[in-house]
Ligand binder design. Structure first.
Ligand code: SF4
Ligand code: SF4
Length: 511
């Protein structure tokens, strides 16, 4: 057997469960699954039909992993898939979001998404998936920097620190004994860190005991869902647990990321071979509890708003009703899209299709169904508890002309909560509640300098490389977007820059 095929088959052997064998053996070939898949429905392309992917893996399984296949293959009575076939078919396993919708249409209840994950893991174990430059970069960045987009700790913290500094808001860093450890996935702190600062402001206003850590700057979900690299995924989870242990937190807070939700609530047990050590709390269920208990004041927003169910949050983690309850508590005019809940159509972006640029044109075409769903609601806004869904829907709304010029139509769920909270706090004259986290209140100066984001920023400024970081920040498109949206913050950044330049000039003079 060719080396890559051997590695591919070995990976399948390692990971196939009895249930997966049923997934491969029990298909009756009715092709109903295609009627539920947006990729097939919008294109009619047989290579995008769920069965194209499962048939290919079934061929490999039958030929190399069953006695019948070994005998018939040796006699030339059965087709023998080759490494060339693996390469030719690889792209189709990433033209799928592993959303699981096709399972709903299958009379046998078979899971194509499971086969897709097995195939991705096998491509990864065979070293073939890294022939794709984006997948290669996710693996290398995760391995070397523990951040799948390749940002350094300084870049992640410098950017968030800059936003919070110019906003006058604090963030607790490495506070031992806090109740929650709050970790943001790379997609969140790379693509929407400016929108993301609303989340610590909500936690501050509600008096939640939480901390972030500079040691864990990514949750590892791209390595788990896009690449399906089990070994690196395990390392990321173990490091996450170790940091929670070191800091002595009680629970781990999962932010609005469908992949994180699925990993922590479901996949982690399989990856680690045991449940994740810490209780997991979704930030949305926490916000709902805070609103219900009166700790987080809100006043409902009035705009007509619809909700996109992220497949990994609703269909694959069962949290759809909780998300609806949260949305109803902050929005007066919530209207469902049709179909909804577990029958909702995917955003067509998660677990790969948005991250791999070669899929952009096709993803947009496939998103026609999503655009129609949104348009039919007549809503002004769409919200969703997943960063990648939000970004994909933002793109879909623009491409299909649904969003008003230069205005965001797609919001994270926590952004809707934020708007409702600001409305309530403004009325009460309590906007300052968003500034200071519970874990930093009443602390002495030494503690504050060590554990506040402004203290960490001050330490970073002492570093001779800080001007380089400032240069990177100035050229960064997310920073530019933040300053466009918050012009007052730009002036504060200029003050900060002048202060740093002055400091470094004085130091150079003194040398
Ligand atoms: S998992 Fe989703 S994207 Fe993949 S084949 Fe099934 S319905 Fe299509
Ligand atoms: S719907 Fe189920 S049984 Fe029918 S072709 Fe698809 S996977 Fe096979």
């Amino acid at each position: 057997m060719e080396r890559e095929m051997q590695l591919f088959v070995d990976s399948l052997k390692r990971n196939l469960t009895a249930e997966d064998i049923v997934n491969l053996e029990a298909c009756i070939g009715c092709k109903n699954c295609g009627e539920a898949c947006a990729w097939y429905l919008t294109t009619g392309d047989e290579k995008l039909h769920p069965t194209y992917k499962t048939d290919f893996i079934r061929k490999i399984y039958k030929r190399y992993m069953t006695l019948e296949g070994k005998i018939k293959g040796a006699l030339g009575l059965m087709e023998t898939p080759t490494v060339k076939d693996l390469r030719e078919n690889m792209e189709y396993f990433w033209k799928c979001t592993a959303c699981g919708r096709c399972t709903l249409a299958c009379p046998q209840g078979l899971s194509t998404r499971r086969i897709v994950r097995l195939a991705r893991a096998a491509y990864s174990d065979a070293g073939l998936s890294e022939e794709n430059p984006t997948i290669k970069s996710i693996v290398e960045n995760t391995r070397n920097l523990r951040h799948s987009f390749g940002l350094t700790r300084e870049q992640v913290f410098g950017r968030v620190g800059l936003f919070l500094y110019t906003d006058g808001t604090e963030l607790p860093v490495e506070v031992k004994g806090a109740e929650y450890l709050f970790v943001c996935p790379a997609a969140g702190n790379t693509k929407i860190p400016d929108y993301g600062i609303k989340l610590p402001k909500i936690l501050n206003a509600a008096g939640v005991s939480y901390t972030v850590s500079p040691r864990v700057i990514d949750t590892g979900t791209e390595i788990d869902h896009i690449v399906v690299h089990h070994e690196l995924s395990k390392q990321m989870l173990l490091e996450w647990e170790a940091e929670a242990e070191r800091l002595g937190v009680q629970k781990v807070l999962v932010v609005e990321c469908g992949c994180d939700v699925r990993t922590l609530y479901v996949e982690a047990t399989e990856t680690l071979g045991r449940p994740f050590k810490f209780p997991i709390v979704s930030v949305d269920s926490l916000m709902l509890e805070l609103i219900k208990s009166g700790k987080l004041p809100v006043e409902k927003i009035k705009q007509k708003i619809t909700m996109h169910d992220p497949c990994y949050v609703t269909r694959l983690a069962g949290m759809g009703e909780m998300e609806r309850e949260l949305l109803r508590s902050v929005a007066e005019n919530f209207v469902e899209m049709t179909p909804n809940r577990e029958y909702n159509y995917c955003c067509n972006a998660g677990s790969g299709p948005m991250r791999l640029p070669e899929n952009t044109e096709l993803r947009r075409k496939v998103s026609k169904i999503k655009a129609e769903q949104i348009k039919n609601t007549g809503a002004e806004l769409v919200t969703t508890p997943c960063a990648v869904c939000m970004l994909s829907i933002e793109d879909t709304c623009k491409v299909y002309g649904l969003a008003p010029e230069n205005k965001r139509m797609s919001l994270m769920m926590f952004e809707v909560v934020y708007e409702a909270m600001v409305k309530a706090l403004e009325k009460r004259g309590e906007l300052d509640r968003m500034r200071m986290p519970a874990e930093l209140k009443g602390r002495d100066e030494e503690f504050f300098m060590k554990h506040s984001i402004s203290g960490i920023m001050a330490q970073m400024m002492q570093n001779p490389d800080f001007p380089k970081l400032m240069e990177w920040l100035e050229g960064d498109e997310i920073v530019q977007r933040y300053f466009r949206d918050n012009p007052h913050a730009f002036e504060k950044m200029q003050e900060l820059k002048q202060m740093i330049e002055k400091k470094f000039k004085q130091e150079v003079k003194a040398r």
